[in-house]
Design a protein around this ligand. Structure first.
Ligand code: ZN
Length: 199
C-alpha cells in the first residue's frame, strides 16, 4: 500500500525511489555532475551532495491535498484512469504545487479530476504516511450542483451514499480512512479535524 501512495497521480519523478529511497539522487540538479550521499557539516543526516559544485539536495516529505466533495447525503468519488490503482476509486486529490495553499491545491485537484463546482469547507483529515514521505490533507467541500466534467486522469466521477461506497475498490488507505471518519462524524452530528499516522 505505501508503494501505491508513492505515485499518487503523476509521472516517474514521483516514483517511490525518487521520493523516498534515501539514496535515489544520482546526479546534481544544478550542474549534472555525480552526487554522493554524505552528512554535511553541521547536519545530522545524509544528503545528496554534488561532487563538483557542492550543491546539497535536500529531500523532504511531499503534501497530497484533496477534498471530500458532498452533495446532499452523497460523497463524490473518482475512478482512476492512471496508475497506480488504475480503475480504483479515490477522492479527488493530488500533489500540492508550488505557489498554492493546501486549500487552493485541494480545490484545483477537485476541478481537474472531477470538474466539480464546490465550496471549500474546513480541513478534515491530516494523515502522515511516513513510510513514503507524504502528508495527506483532505478538506470537506460542499458541491454547489451535480454537474461533473472528469479530467483525463478520471474514468468516471460518481456520487455514492454511505451504503454504496465500494470499500473494496478504494485506491488508497488515506482515502478509506478519510471516508470512514467522514461518515462517523456525520452520524455523530459534528465534524472535527482528524490527525493520524498511516502505517
Ligand atoms: Zn553540481
Amino acid at each position: 500500500m505505501p508503494r501505491a501512495h508513492a505515485r499518487w497521480r503523476r509521472g516517474p519523478r514521483y516514483t517511490a525511489a525518487a521520493m523516498f529511497n534515501p539514496r535515489s539522487i544520482k546526479h546534481c540538479r544544478a550542474c549534472g555532475a555525480p552526487a554522493q550521499y554524505a552528512v554535511p557539516a553541521d547536519d545530522n543526516r545524509e544528503r545528496a551532495t554534488c561532487t563538483a559544485c557542492g550543491t546539497i539536495h535536500y529531500e523532504n516529505p511531499l503534501n497530497v491535498v484533496g477534498t471530500v466533495p458532498v452533495w446532499e447525503d452523497r460523497v463524490l468519488l473518482c475512478r482512476r484512469n492512471i496508475e497506480p490503482r488504475h480503475g480504483f476509486w479515490t477522492l479527488p486529490a493530488g500533489f500540492m504545487e508550488l505557489g498554492e495553499s493546501t486549500a487552493q491545491g485541494a480545490l484545483r485537484e477537485t476541478i481537474e479530476e472531477a470538474g466539480a463546482n464546490v465550496e471549500m469547507q474546513e480541513l478534515f483529515t491530516v494523515l502522515n504516511v511516513v513510510r513514503v514521505g507524504q502528508v495527506h490533507f483532505f478538506y470537506r467541500a460542499r458541491m454547489l450542483d451535480t454537474r461533473l466534467a472528469p479530467g483525463p486522469e478520471t474514468i468516471e466521477a460518481q456520487l455514492f451514499g454511505e451504503a454504496e461506497i465500494p470499500w473494496e475498490q478504494i485506491a488508497f488507505r488515506t482515502v478509506k480512512e478519510t471516508l470512514q471518519r467522514y461518515f462517523d462524524d456525520r452520524r455523530s452530528g459534528q465534524f472535527g479535524i482528524h490527525c493520524a499516522d498511516i502505517g
